[in-house]
Design a protein around this ligand. Sequence first.
Ligand SMILES: Nc1ncnc2c1ncn2[C@@H]1O[C@H](COP(=O)(O)OP(=O)(O)OP(=O)(O)O)[C@@H](O)[C@H]1O
Length: 299
Amino acid sequence: MEMLKITGLHKRFGDKEVLRGLDLSVPEHSVFGFIGRNGAGKTTTMKMILGLLKADAGEIRVNGEKAVYGQTGTNRHIGYLPDVPEFYPFMTAPEYLRFCGEITGMTKADIAGRCEELLELVGLREERHRIKGFSRGMKQRLGIAQALLNRPKLLICDEPSSALDPVGRKEILDLLLAVREQTTVLFSTHILSDVERICTDVALLDHGTAGIQGKLADIRSRYRSDEYTVETENKAGMLTLQEVFPFMRHTGPNQLVFREEDSRVFDIMRFAADRQIPLLKIEREEATLESLFMEVVEK
Ligand SMILES: Nc1ncnc2c1ncn2[C@@H]1O[C@H](COP(=O)(O)OP(=O)(O)OP(=O)(O)O)[C@@H](O)[C@H]1O
């Protein structure tokens, strides 16, 4: 089942058309990477999911219910971490979470249990300092705890890892992966290596629509264009191979590179064996998400 379904979403600011018929399907319990360059419209989309911004056209359904601008009904299913979360700096982490629990009407017993559980989850259980002394990473982790307080079915995080150092980023990514059991995670980012690390599903927002989307594994195999490097022992061998297999590019001393079907490697190996051309190296480099997306964006 889809936890979030967006159909034909349009949004224009003045003469700038940001979304031009965006369709998005976020399966339940997925970790969904919503990718797009700066200004692509990721935050705009998230604000519309939360009913904070009016769409020009299109439909958004959260857990099967229609999200309506200015109404908060569907937000009971959502936990949201904005790109720059704001806190009361004079509070400690437990004080802040308890406060959030109280204003959202949770019972005292539920608040106590849930706060304990979430502080443990985000690694802030032993933290006694006030929030004003927190690092960016600690604030993001506290923000995730707060967003999870009401056991949302959908956790939306706007660029949760973008401003963090590698250690802080890893902590956040591990956390998003860990909470997948209890919720569905939709997070926006422009860091493709983060997506490769934890996402089950992705969508690339490009020119107002989802250029590609689906299971990361499927996308990889659909757009797969692994690169092969072949290195011969001598120049004569390299030149013979290049003559017979003209799709190979000369990239270094006795080195040829190509992107073709896997079967071509066997053709090359057979040919090299028949002609006794000594090969020093045959290497396959898997296509990165970055190279896949650049292929799509540049088309
Ligand atoms: N209230 C607004 N009025 C006018 N233009 C806006 C408004 N909000 C967003 N925009 C414009 O819409 C475009 C999309 O912005 P948005 O913040 O959704 O992008 P984003 O993908 O989240 O980018 P970033 O990674 O930089 O946060 C940008 O060009 C932005 O300037």
